[in-house]
Design a protein around this ligand. Sequence first.
Ligand code: SAM
Length: 194
Amino acid sequence: MTIKGVIAHAHMLLQQVISKGDTVVDATAGNGHDTEFLAKRVGETGQVLAFDIQQAAIHSTKGRLETSDLDHRVTLINDSHERIDDYINEPVQAAIFNLGYLPGGNTNIVTHPNATWTALTKLGEQLVTGGIIAVVVYPGHDQGYDESSYLLQQINALPKLKWRILKYEVINPNQPPYLLALEKLKHKGDHPTP
Ligand code: SAM
């Protein structure tokens, strides 16, 4: 329930900035739930680029998209999101990272703080002003805890005039997953609303 609520909130924020015809990114395709959501939002004229290092995840996502007849809107990329700039050199309206391991897959294959941060930084450059990057973080497992600490430290150092950052967290369970939403501000002088 907790994670469904966090992901639903991520989707709710993203759908506010995605229009038909947009280019958007799923940095961690996994089983394709987020890719499918994005593919529906961008419509027939838009495109989704979806990354995953695991062939099993690419296969699973492909199957989901074919079932919902959305596969033609998505380019599946079996590579690390840290090389995102090899694949995209156009404006991106929105992106999602759903960190950790592939549900139902190998729990030892997880996202890594350095690769995640490299990809986030590169995507931040491609993101349009007003665009949002949603990052779902899982501090409840060992590597996830380290990744969470590292990301919070890096994100806290981002220029506050350029980025508005929201943290959405259900506070009663222990080490709950949470959402970071990074919005690129419209004007250099924009202040986060007090
Ligand atoms: N978004 C997925 C969904 O809707 O089903 C869930 C993603 S799952 C929690 C995390 C995924 O990140 C795993 O499939 C894993 O293989 C992938 N991953 C780990 N490191 C990665 C990297 N450097 N680049 C791209 N994907 C990576």
